[in-house]
Design a protein around this ligand. Structure first.
Ligand SMILES: [Ca+2]
Length: 395
């Protein structure tokens, strides 16, 4: 579960983690507001536990009746995130708590007014364990945030910023909350209890975030929200590239740039076995730039710097909003210590045939994916990307 936690450093999305804060006081204050709702009190197997979706061979999820592990009502949720030790390549165990719960006629999937989710979690282990929380949508999930659970009861408070999430996802249709745990170490599986999952809302009307791009800008990494539209490929979770924003002018074209730390293959993947990983600039975000409005002669450009010791080959793939590839370039070779600047006219981007059909890809421009061979990457390497923009013809 290494979904680039680096990106969480920004205060906008930071969680408040109350540890063992005085829960009773908080409840009395906020329970009375109309903006509080119980998502799940884990009281009834059929309605409260059965709809949960275990992922990555989670382990066991059941209903607990032992009062010692209940903070509200009569029962709570019992979790045993054993994963499946025979499936070594699996991501860490997690489960999804749906927000649209048909059995209870409770639909909380519109999170536009949500300010935070809270729950009580009991860790039976003497050791601290980590729980990872994120919100899940049709197009993927947000970066997970880590909560360290002490032995005994913990209050978890997971703040969300729908405006920021709304740049990349449809915040009116959230599939649910994802709760994840590390894979068990040395066969030690902690038993965890969860109760009283609640949501707090605001009365603030929801407005989409003003993207306010500069003329021709696709992404410059200079605006605070832009770090939230980048996603590492987590297929090979331990080797996912680490994304962060660089503020050193030495590695930027203008302002800030995107820093991508490539995590080398430590021998886990054999050299001849071609596998790729990389990162994405969100399609929802690209769709909200002016990409589609440019003319055939206008030039799309970006720059990438290789701070490593050896040349780095990159693959660029551009997708439509419907996720079909319209442009692919597989021979981007970035020399060490140099900037490589990509340039192609809009016409060139749209000239390739996809499934035999010449596309108008930029007219429906979606995500942009950069990838590289993981199997042959033996050196930790840092790349910097910057200044994705359109230069109008003749300028
Ligand atoms: Ca309960």
């Amino acid at each position: 579960m290494k979904k680039s936690l680096i990106l969480l450093s920004c205060v906008i999305l930071m969680a408040g983690f109350a540890g063992c804060a005085p829960r009773e006081e908080v409840k009395q204050e906020e329970n009375q507001t109309p903006n509080y709702a119980i998502v799940n009190d884990y009281e009834n197997y059929k309605e409260d536990v059965e709809p949960l979706v275990p992922l990555n061979y989670f382990g066991k999820i059941s209903l607990n009746e032992d009062k010692e592990y209940v903070t509200s009502g009569e029962k709570s949720l019992k979790l045993y995130p054993s994963s499946d030790p025979t499936q070594s390549n699996l991501s860490a165990p997690e489960f999804r708590q749906p927000l649209n719960q048909a059995a209870k006629e409770l639909d909380l999937s519109d999170i536009r007014q949500v300010s935070k989710f809270t729950c009580s979690v009991y860790n039976t282990s003497e050791k601290d364990i980590s729980m990872y929380v994120s919100v899940d949508f049709d197009g993927g999930s947000t970066f997970s945030r880590e909560f360290v659970l002490k032995n005994g009861w913990n209050t978890v408070s997971y703040s969300v910023d729908p405006q920021i999430i709304g740049i990349s996802y449809d915040v009116s249709a959230c599939k649910g909350l994802l709760f994840g745990f590390d894979k068990p170490q040395d066969g030690e599986v902690p038993t965890i209890y969860m109760d009283e999952l609640a949501v707090y809302k605001t009365q603030e009307p929801y407005t989409e975030l003003d993207l306010a791009l500069d003329d021709g800008e696709i992404i410059s990494f200079d605006k605070l929200y832009q770090e939230y539209v980048l996603y590492p490929n987590t297929t090979y979770a331990e080797f996912a590239p680490q994304l962060s924003i660089n503020s050193s002018a030495a590695y930027a074209k203008i302002g800030y740039s995107l820093k991508v730390d490539l995590v080398p293959n430590d021998g886990t993947y054999p050299a001849g076995n071609y596998i790729y990983t990389g990162f994405t600039i969100s399609g929802d975000y690209i769709g909200r730039t002016n990409f589609k409005d440019y003319e055939d002669d206008d030039i799309f450009t970006f720059s990438v710097y290789n701070a490593g010791k050896t040349q780095q080959r990159l693959f660029l793939e551009m997708f439509t909003q419907k996720n079909s590839t319209y442009y692919k370039k597989t021979d981007i070779y970035v020399k060490p210590g140099e900037w490589y600047t990509f340039e192609a006219t809009i016409a060139e981007l749209n000239a390739q045939k996809v499934n035999g059909i010449k596309s108008n890809g930029t007219g429906d421009a979606g995500s942009i994916y950069f990838s590289y061979e993981l199997n042959t990457l033996t050196e930790a390497k840092t790349l910097y990307f910057d200044d994705f923009k359109i230069i109008k013809a003749g300028e």
